[in-house]
Design a protein around this ligand. Structure first.
Ligand code: DAH
Length: 328
């Protein structure tokens, strides 16, 4: 063992004397290359008598490991030295602190959508996306909102012309989906929607997630269970929830869900839902005597505002670092 230590010391000193990487590589070859002295010793082990072999192989192994380790250390030192010399030559002060590079992060709206998608994927929902430029058939007519229906006015629609518009609700994807898929259907559709409306709680563009389930025996209790569990999963704490009787032309019965916000001291509407109207099912040739459907539309910004106590919906779209940073 003493001899091994001496030998290792000798090699380390040789390694440390190398002044460039080429010399270091040559030294490595000399010991560990194909015909290197240590390699040869390893190959020769099999000819040594069994009693000495064990001790010898341990020594050789120690030597080999040390050579690898110290060559690695020396190599890094030489590389650093080279870089320092270079920067000195180019007048680079490597002691200066580096520029503060801001790293990006996923916007809280997308983060929340991802989280919601995960919840509904676990319930077996497929995630679909639809066009933001819609025609009035998918956005209104097929959803039982015909031309002179009063609720058309409440949508503050951005029209391109008589037929085309920026979709006011993701519900338009209910029809598009049922036209091409046969039940059972379980989908959610996240996306942007547009309404000509602007205030602290309304923005001309905002995000919704539509949900649609069409099956043989889906009922209002199932819908309630889904909504309750979804809200609990999103907020991670128990809020007072209220199912309020409401009206949507494409669902019957319909409900709006309010959450009681302690800070605001009032009920806030967060989503609409209901059982898909038989007329809507008829519009896509689904027999409402065999199948029933439930649907819901979630307003994403509203949920986030509730969860994080935000007061102005516009703050989502200002790209103010102070807000964005909080949701990293
Ligand atoms: N589309 C409705 C809105 O934007 C929300 C909604 C209500 C969607 C009831 C639904 C539903 O699917 O069943 O106000």
């Amino acid at each position: 063992m003493n001899n091994t230590k001496k030998y290792v010391k000798k090699i380390i000193s040789k390694i440390n004397k190398c002044v460039n990487i080429k010399e270091l590589n040559n030294l490595k070859l000399k010991y560990l290359g194909k015909n290197g002295s240590i390699t040869k010793k390893i190959k020769n082990l099999k000819n040594i008598n069994i009693n000495q072999r064990k001790e010898l192989s341990i020594s050789i192994n120690i030597i080999k490991k040390n050579i690898i380790k110290f060559i690695f250390i020396k190599k890094n030192k030489l590389i650093n030295l080279k870089q320092n010399k270079l920067s000195f030559k180019n007048n680079i002060d490597i002691t200066l602190s580096s520029k503060n590079i801001l790293s990006g992060s996923i916007h809280i709206i997308n983060k929340s959508i991802n989280k919601i998608q995960k919840f509904f994927s676990n319930l077996g929902c497929e995630i679909l996306f639809g066009p933001e430029i819609e025609n009035d058939y998918y956005n209104f007519d097929s959803l039982n909102i015909n031309k002179d229906h009063p609720s058309r006015n409440s949508h503050d629609t951005f029209w391109f012309n008589k037929n085309f518009l920026l979709r006011t609700q993701t519900s338009s994807m209910q029809i598009r989906t049922m036209e091409i898929k046969k039940p059972p259907i379980r989908i959610i559709v996240p996306g942007k929607v547009y309404r000509n409306d602007s205030s602290l709680t309304h923005s001309p563009m905002f995000h919704q997630i539509e949900g649609l389930i069409v099956e043989k025996s889906i009922n209002f209790s199932n819908l309630k269970w889904i909504i309750k569990n979804f809200l609990f999963n999103f907020f991670k704490k128990k809020y007072k929830i209220r199912f309020r009787n409401s009206y949507f032309p494409f669902t019957t019965p319909s409900a709006e869900i309010d959450i009681f916000h302690v800070k605001y001291n009032k009920w806030l509407e967060v989503l609409g839902c209901g059982m898909v109207h038989p007329i809507v099912l008829k519009n896509v040739n689904i027999n409402s005597k065999i199948y029933s459907g439930c649907a819901f539309g979630i307003g994403i910004e509203r949920l986030i505002m509730l969860k994080y106590n935000l007061f102005n919906i516009r703050s989502f779209f200002k790209n103010d670092f102070r807000l964005l940073k909080q949701f990293k």
